[in-house]
Design a protein around this ligand. Structure first.
Ligand code: 13P
Length: 252
């Protein structure tokens, strides 16, 4: 594909981890990022309860914040839910939608994910839309079919390289220490790139970042991040400690 490669993004998804005291870890990360100045965008996705606290810590830093999920509506009677507007108001510039843990634990379909991504756009943020196959789907040789379908059904009208990032996270690689081989990653990311170009056109589809996620750590980051069409990482466990996360950022 012609054209400049998009600037990579490495985002740390803290999932259901982190208390107010974790701001020490965020501060250590900022310090490390300022010193190392990696050639990528850096993002943290803390739980919503400490988003505004982290926003204060990250003020005037290059590290940006994202939410982990949002409701599709702006406001209303949805006990326990948070709208994209609330996530933005707490200090986020982006929001993850369709993480496999949401799809599995909360039965979210790609149609739900698309509505959430639309809400993220409406709030003026960037959507990080996750796709990925289960171990069973992979065993059955359905990986490309599954991720292609999830992409097509989760991606809203009006998606482009500025408001959207795709994250390929094989479900079986999340939190397991297992990763696909670089050859497998290349195959899936190449396919997602083709599908993005088909859906958004050569220009926007070519520039939209596709992150890899699933057991990324300092020791495998460089190899995974150098695969064609891998434009960064979505990191879980290894993003909780600044030292580990900085080890991953060193790939850039
Ligand atoms: P791990 O890096 O812990 O495997 O998690 C990946 C992930 O789900 C990030 O969203």
């Amino acid at each position: 594909m012609a054209g400049k490669k998009p600037r990579p993004l490495v985002a740390g998804n803290w999932k259901m981890n982190g208390l107010k005291a974790s701001k020490k870890e965020a501060a250590a990360l900022l310090k490390g990022v300022a010193a190392a100045n990696p050639k990528c965008d850096v993002m943290l996705c803390p739980p919503a309860t400490i988003l505004s606290l982290f926003a204060e810590v990250c003020r005037s830093s290059k590290v940006k914040l994202a939410g982990q999920d949002c409701h599709a509506n702006t406001s209303g009677a949805h006990t326990g839910d948070l709208s994209a507007e609330m996530i933005k108001n707490a200090g986020a510039k982006a929001c993850i939608v369709g993480h496999s843990e949401r799809r599995a634990d909360h039965g979210e379909s790609s149609t739900d994910v698309k509505r959430k991504a639309e809400a993220v756009y409406r709030a003026g943020m960037m959507a990080i839309i996750c796709v990925g196959e289960t171990a069973e789907e992979r065993k059955d040789g359905k990986t490309l079919k599954v991720v292609g379908q999830q992409l097509k059904s989760s991606l809203p009208q009006g998606a482009d390289h500025k408001n959207t990032v795709i994250a390929y996270e094989p479900v079986w690689a999340i939190g397991t220490g297992l990763t696909p081989t670089p050859v497998d990653v290349k195959k899936v990311h190449g396919y997602l790139r083709k599908r993005l170009i088909a859906l958004l056109g050569e220009e926007l589809g070519g520039k939209t970042r596709i992150l890899y996620g699933g057991s990324v750590k300092a020791s495998n980051a460089k190899e995974l991040m150098s695969v064609d069409n891998v434009n960064g990482a979505l990191v879980g466990g290894a993003s909780l400690k600044a030292k580990d996360f900085l080890g991953i950022l060193a790939a850039y």
